[in-house]
Design a protein around this ligand. Sequence first.
Ligand SMILES: *[C@@H]1O[C@H](CO)[C@@H](O)[C@H](O)[C@H]1NC(C)=O
Ligand SMILES: *[C@@H]1O[C@H](CO)[C@@H](O)[C@H](O)[C@H]1NC(C)=O
Ligand SMILES: *[C@@H]1O[C@H](CO)[C@@H](O)[C@H](O)[C@H]1NC(C)=O
Ligand SMILES: *[C@@H]1O[C@H](CO)[C@@H](O)[C@H](O)[C@H]1NC(C)=O
Ligand SMILES: *[C@@H]1O[C@H](CO)[C@@H](O)[C@H](O)[C@H]1NC(C)=O
Ligand SMILES: *[C@@H]1O[C@H](CO)[C@@H](O)[C@H](O)[C@H]1NC(C)=O
Ligand SMILES: *[C@@H]1O[C@H](CO)[C@@H](O)[C@H](O)[C@H]1NC(C)=O
Ligand SMILES: *[C@@H]1O[C@H](CO)[C@@H](O)[C@H](O)[C@H]1NC(C)=O
Ligand SMILES: *[C@@H]1O[C@H](CO)[C@@H](O)[C@H](O)[C@H]1NC(C)=O
Length: 369
Amino acid sequence: MNLIIVVILGLLQNFPNVILGTSNIGYTTYTHPGGMHPMQQIELVKSKISDRQQPYYNAYLQLLNYTNNASNHTTHAVVDFSIPGYYVNPALHINRSFCLQSDGFDAYASALAYQLSGGQSKYADQSLRFLTAWAEVNKKYSDSDGPLVMTYAGTAMILAGELLSNYNGWNNTNKQQYFDWVQNVYLKAATEIRTRENNWADWGRFGSVLTAYLLDNAQEMTTNINLIKSDLFLKIADDGHMPQETVREAHGIWYTYFSLAPMTAACWVVYEATGENLFTNYSKGNASIKHALDYLFYYNLHGTEWPWYPNVTVGTPAGWPGVLFEAMSSIYNDSRNFNEDSFDTLEFAAAMHELDYEQDHSPYPDYRN
Ligand SMILES: *[C@@H]1O[C@H](CO)[C@@H](O)[C@H](O)[C@H]1NC(C)=O
Ligand SMILES: *[C@@H]1O[C@H](CO)[C@@H](O)[C@H](O)[C@H]1NC(C)=O
Ligand SMILES: *[C@@H]1O[C@H](CO)[C@@H](O)[C@H](O)[C@H]1NC(C)=O
Ligand SMILES: *[C@@H]1O[C@H](CO)[C@@H](O)[C@H](O)[C@H]1NC(C)=O
Ligand SMILES: *[C@@H]1O[C@H](CO)[C@@H](O)[C@H](O)[C@H]1NC(C)=O
Ligand SMILES: *[C@@H]1O[C@H](CO)[C@@H](O)[C@H](O)[C@H]1NC(C)=O
Ligand SMILES: *[C@@H]1O[C@H](CO)[C@@H](O)[C@H](O)[C@H]1NC(C)=O
Ligand SMILES: *[C@@H]1O[C@H](CO)[C@@H](O)[C@H](O)[C@H]1NC(C)=O
Ligand SMILES: *[C@@H]1O[C@H](CO)[C@@H](O)[C@H](O)[C@H]1NC(C)=O
């Protein structure tokens, strides 16, 4: 999971203050490519790369390294993406999730390289190899965690398609096949889980918002915005804790992160699509997204004070939930995140900017339900 989030939020971080400095209100149709990675941000990063400015330049070299490796990877599409419950069979859950995690990662990395390299078709074609394989082969998902893993691992496939939207080497047959897969498989999964109560809903809404953007579906965008608003203050209590996630015993902090990461990513796409700012302009009493982030931040630093479980597992600056704060600090223009106790600024930033996802291939347990 983390690898996707690191990519998403890591790139988001490269565009400080965009949300505070601009207003997009008034869009009626969406600009492509856009949404998670608006064109103005891609252009900014391209200019940093061409100036060899750090940390952008090394991040870019790292990205090219990933795409070089991807050129050696076969595609892993399956007809039925069948994922047993993590708590039922963790080994099989992880084994079967790999095909979409891996192909999604390679598709997304290659599509980013296509944009950041100034449109080199070799990267676009490589990304399409993975997208097309899934569009041709994958017909459904199944078993209890099928819709969740399809939705969150599949975000990378949607982001890749968006980044390739201006690639003229994507022929109509293949493009239509991809859109059919997005509609019939991916969106079905996201829609199915977006009305659940806990982090499943946040992933469903994020997947659904990305798809609404990709497919220019303003009505679905509105539906998702209303869903996010409808229960935000059931998800986030007045003191900032998230009741559906803090109950997860030793993993309450991890689950809080696993809920806030897609929630904030969805809010970012909503902002890009409509100008509606749920980050700073949606609160009730003391409860807000910012308050939940502050709560997570505090207790991740002070795990022994966590009120919900005696021995909660905390994350690290370089992994979860560090990547989330890295991204959010640019949205809230909040440098505080980098000055506290154990959060080592340099380590933190280096890990982000070098797009170092290696850790995510195993050491972090996948605590899901
Ligand atoms: C990618 O990076 C690894 C480790 O730094 C290095 O061994 C490898 O040669 C690089 N591959 C390419 C294609 O740049
Ligand atoms: C690419 O593959 C090489 C060889 O397997 C490995 O050493 C390197 O870490 C990989 N690069 C990345 C960015 O994962
Ligand atoms: C691709 O695989 C071949 C054969 O295993 C290996 O020699 C080569 O270094 C790999 N290239 C990359 C970029 O990983
Ligand atoms: C999944 O399990 C099969 C059968 O044991 C094995 O061959 C395969 O390499 C595993 N895949 C991954 C990604 O671990
Ligand atoms: C579209 O591209 C694929 C391969 O990328 C090719 O197999 C197919 O024939 C092309 N279709 C058309 C109509 O050009
Ligand atoms: C902020 O919220 C108010 C009241 O809900 C709304 O009228 C206004 O348009 C919102 N502004 C933004 C930027 O979202
Ligand atoms: C809301 O925040 C204010 C200021 O921190 C605090 O005094 C008040 O007790 C809080 N209210 C609730 C219900 O937590
Ligand atoms: C707390 O959890 C850690 C890691 O799961 C474990 O190593 C440690 O023994 C636990 N401590 C107590 C007091 O249960
Ligand atoms: C962000 O914060 C810095 C320092 O606190 C300030 O100089 C800058 O103007 C702020 N930027 C925005 C867009 O508010």
